[in-house]
Write a protein that binds this ligand. Structure first.
Ligand code: 4UV
Length: 544
């Protein structure tokens, strides 16, 4: 594949063959190979060994689906929220929602009531599935949002269902369920099936409308034989995949959950991250495929319990979600003493997510690859004019995995797409003669802490809610183990006094731990453009 993938108009074409997108819903796509491996383990809990075979997962999620329709009146296109950690039931719940004709909106299980209420309201969720211990947060969020929806809880220990909730297990295990109601479901491949929230290039998180076709296309794109990110589970071999990245995030939802179930792999669900458990699980579960983010590569390359034996079965490790230095990859690979195929994936929530993956056995660890099948890229300057090889500019994408758009947000959609339909990533990248893409920087506001999205606009609006604050701006600053952390600049109202600690407590109680602001600088005024946009670069140049 030495030939150039650049066209004369300076568009980067995929070197891989065009994918064919089966005319199936995501639900039918995931289960299409069910008869090949009904008895195999589909998902298993890393800590307890509790799990499901493919056949059990299929039957339980279908019964759950039928009961969503009969008992909760879920109809085609209704949204159901999933707020769960990585438990083996996660995929049953998700596929059940799809089988019922519903749309999944996934919520980070460590979100606060303040964060949850916004997503429940915006997505117009008709029900929510969670764990008993998360119910108090959800009840509080429903109170703030002034809405009332059924709460369904997955019971994974002996505790009874909290008051006012319904057990998932009773819905999925009820053998009297009449599954024939599922025949009423009418979903087409262009209907939305997944509605994650992403801030995109600017502002607060927005609902990203992903269709069945978007996600299936992306599964096919990473499935391409040349570009394969897996080993191809066969009659005699089953891949064992580490499910440590959170399933609520698009990377794990598509690349780990939907794709790996469709190829008959075993998904090992790790609910609570704890370094020793994580490392022990790799060894015990004979993990051969790992999808990870930078903090995990750093951990695997430095933790004393990470030894040769830990990685005995590992064949493929893919990093994504945030940049990683080649030296960190080398350190990790050196420790494994094995010839592991290391890959770098690049993508976004808005692109289902995969856009590019580094070629098999690429030694350019910091780079990703050329675009996956049926995907075109452009690298452009500030006037959207195409740049050529080895020139740095914003990366634009066209392909079947690109979202339909942000929900109910014409303004954001206008900014996210060019007039001729290219999606603007807000990432700065450079591509070489072979179309191998390296992500250079982020043009957009978004901060990524350990690969998680932290939209500055969210923290700024919380800071401005404080009675002593007149204005605020937040930027990301480099951090050794987390990648970045937020740093806030605050202007106090005339005559008001307030400490850094008071302000950070005011914000931090309303957001998940990785969004916490502990670095606050008081300034006289926030630098802004004539149009009122915060000049983050000025802040960076002046203070960092
Ligand atoms: O929307 P999001 O939170 O989405 C992601 C997706 C990660 C993926 C996607 C496909 C893969 O195959 C894979 O391995 C990982 O994180 O955040 C999108 C932003 O994250 C940054 C970039 O700024 C995106 O706009 N980002 C994602 N992947 C990389 C990255 C990467 N490999 N290197 C540098 N930055």
């Amino acid at each position: 594949r030495k030939h150039s993938v650049w066209t004369q108009d300076r568009v980067i074409k995929s070197p891989y063959k065009d994918i064919e997108i089966p005319n199936l819903t995501l639900y039918d796509y995931v289960w299409q190979n069910l008869d090949r491996w009904p008895e195999r383990t589909a998902s298993v809990c890393a800590e307890t060994g509790r799990g499901y075979t493919f056949e059990q997962a299929f039957n339980l999620s279908n019964r759950f689906a039928a009961n969503l329709r009969t008992k909760f009146k879920i109809r085609d296109g209704d949204t159901v929220a999933v707020m769960l950690p990585n438990i083996p039931d996660y995929s049953l719940v998700s596929l059940g929602i799809l089988a019922a004709g519903g749309v999944i909106t996934s919520i980070n299980p460590i979100y606060t009531a303040h964060e949850v209420q916004r997503q429940l309201k915006m997505s117009e969720a008709k029900a929510i599935v969670t764990l008993p211990e998360v119910v108090p947060v959800i009840k509080e969020s429903l109170k703030i949002a002034k809405i009332s929806i059924p709460i369904i809880v997955v019971k994974i220990n002996g505790n009874p269902a909290p008051e006012g909730t319904v057990l998932f297990n009773e819905l999925s295990e009820d053998i009297h369920t009449d599954n024939s109601v599922l025949k009423e479901v009418r979903r087409s491949v262009n209907d939305i099936c997944f509605l994650p929230y992403s801030s995109g290039t600017t502002g607060l998180p927005k609902g990203v409308e992903l269709s069945h076709r978007n996600i299936i296309a992306n599964c096919e794109q990473i499935n391409d034989p040349i570009n394969a990110m897996h080993n191809e589970t066969t009659a005699s071999h089953q891949d064992s995949v580490m499910g440590v990245l959170p399933f609520f995030h698009i990377y794990a939802a598509t690349v780990l959950m939907f794709h790996k179930l469709s190829i008959g792999a075993k998904l090992v669900a790790l609910a609570k991250f704890q370094p020793e458990t994580f490392l022990k699980t790799i060894e015990k579960q004979k993990t051969n495929i790992m999808m990870v983010a930078p903090p995990l590569i750093l951990l695997m390359g430095s933790h004393p319990a990470a030894t040769e034996k830990t990685f005995e079965h590992v064949q493929l490790v893919c990093n994504g979600a945030a940049p990683l230095a080649a030296s960190d990859v080398e350190r990790f690979l050196h420790r494994t003493k094995r010839d592991i195929d290391f890959r770098q994936g690049y993508g976004l929530t808005e692109t289902s997510p995969t856009v590019a993956i580094s070629p098999r056995r690429s030694k350019r660890y910091e780079a990703t690859g050329p675009p996956v099948g049926s995907t075109e890229l452009r690298i452009v300057d500030g006037d959207l004019k195409n740049l050529g090889p080895n020139e740095t500019g914003e990366i634009l994408i066209r392909g079947p995995q690109v979202m339909r758009g942000y929900r109910d947000n014409p303004q954001a959609n206008k900014e996210a797409f060019t007039a001729d339909g290219w999606f603007r990533t807000g990432d700065l990248a450079v591509a070489d003669e072979e179309g191998i893409v390296s992500i250079a920087d982020r043009l957009k506001e978004l901060i990524k802490v350990k690969g998680f999205q932290v939209p500055p606009a969210e923290l700024e609006s919380l800071l401005r809610e404080h009675p002593s604050v007149s204005d605020a701006a937040v930027i990301g600053v480099p951090h050794q183990s987390k990648g970045e952390t937020p740093r806030a600049f605050v202007v106090l109202k005339n005559g008001h006094k307030c400490t850094e600690k008071q302000l950070s407590e005011f914000v931090n109680e309303k957001v998940a731990a990785y969004k916490h602001v502990d670095d606050i600088t008081f300034i006289d005024s926030v630098p802004k453009s004539a149009a009122g946009k915060i000049l983050r670069r000025v802040l960076r140049d002046q203070y960092c």
